[in-house]
Ligand binder design. Structure first.
Ligand SMILES: C[S@@+](CC[C@H](N)C(=O)[O-])C[C@H]1O[C@@H](n2cnc3c(N)ncnc32)[C@H](O)[C@@H]1O
Length: 336
């Protein structure tokens, strides 16, 4: 008998998967390599994308099982602690330069004015916070990786900008109710494993009539392909929904709908510039915490090849450099 944890992804990312059966299930039974489908407790069939031996030691893709499936309670604290370690690896600041154009677009769209209180959640080295601070806003940036917060403080000082940076968790914001006029995040809060709680926290700290602005990775495009390639080397945590859930109308309505008078979204393109496609893959392998973590759990050379293939697929440049097309969703919710 073998024990597998089987991940089923939500329907909006992979055709015809019932979202109510998304999550992770334990399958205990004979080892099988038959049809890659299974019947969930909801009575529906789904394709099995990732399954792995329960101790996490070995990654086995496309195993299938049939049997009684049980969902397990999710230990969000343990997942958050593990993810914090992952984001502490490498140096996200080296990647963040490619996010500045999204921070500019987000501030242009949500339009914070001088004196407005602005929160940048999961700010990394301060990407959005510094843009808002240039508008003379009263800005706070929060991230749970102390080294990134230190870097953000040094950047603000170098640019002579006043920003309050602090270490904290997006799922437990250390701010009073209705404190901020603008609550923003670029590729940040979306990574919190307890999405409902992170959404509740954003709504809680935003004043009525204030704006919640997000730049979110999309399933179709560079981000989705990048995460999928990475997940083949290190499966996502048990039972959690992918960050891409925030990049769908359904996800945004589920997460923010009850606390917003309106939610508007549009697809945007951010271009990432590198010396070459190889250089792009190297930058992520050397500095991007989740890729470093995946390389530790898997075959580093194969991961590099897989990530390189994703960069190559979205490269617009024909002069040997790399100009990577990244589609993302820019969303603005107005707080009820
Ligand atoms: C892709 S980076 C984006 C950073 C920044 N927003 C930017 O655009 O440059 C994701 C960031 O989210 C942070 N993060 C992820 N989960 C978090 C959580 N639960 N609480 C606080 N920060 C978190 C990571 O430490 C990392 O800095």
């Amino acid at each position: 008998m073998w024990a597998y944890v089987i991940t089923i992804q939500p329907t909006e990312f992979y055709a015809n998967w019932p979202s109510e059966s998304a999550g992770e299930y334990r399958y205990v039974g004979p080892k099988t390599r038959e049809t890659p489908s299974l019947t969930t407790s909801a009575g529906t069939s789904a394709l099995v994308m990732e399954s792995y031996v329960q101790d996490g030691s070995k990654s086995i893709n496309y195993f299938a099982g049939r049997g009684k499936l049980m969902s397990e309670p999710i230990d969000y604290d343990a997942i958050t602690a593990a993810q914090k370690l992952t984001w502490s690896k490498g140096d996200f600041h080296q990647i963040a330069r490619q996010n500045v154009c999204m921070a500019d677009a987000l501030c242009e769209a949500t339009d914070p004015r001088a004196g407005n209180r602005v929160l940048d959640i999961a700010c990394g080295s301060g990407t959005v916070a510094l843009v808002a601070a240039r508008r003379y806003c009263e800005v706070t940036g929060l991230d749970y990786v102390p080294a990134l917060i230190d870097r953000a403080k040094r950047r603000a000082e170098a640019d002579d900008l006043e920003v309050e940076f602090q270490v904290g968790d997006a799922q437990n914001l250390p701010f009073p109710d209705a404190y901020f006029d603008h609550v923003l995040s670029v590729y940040g809060v979306q990574f919190a494993p307890d999405q409902e709680r992170a959404a509740r926290e954003m709504l809680r700290v935003c004043r009525s009539g204030g704006r919640i602005g997000l730049a979110t990775p999309l399933a179709k495009g560079w981000s989705g392909d990048f995460f999928a390639a990475q997940a083949r080397h290190m499966p996502p945590p048990a039972g959690t929904r992918p960050p891409l859930h925030w990049g769908t109308d359904t996800g945004l309505a589920e997460l923010l709908g009850d606390g917003a008078t309106s939610i508007q979204s549009e697809e945007r393109i951010a271009l990432q510039y590198y010396r070459s496609v190889d250089h792009a893959a190297n930058v992520f392998m050397n500095y991007f915490g989740p890729a470093i973590r995946a390389s530790e759990a898997s075959d580093r050379e194969r991961l590099w090849q897989d990530l390189r293939a994703v960069f190559d697929r979205y490269n617009r440049a024909t002069d040997g450099t790399a100009v990577i097309e990244n589609r993302y969703l820019l969303s603005i919710a107005t707080r009820a």
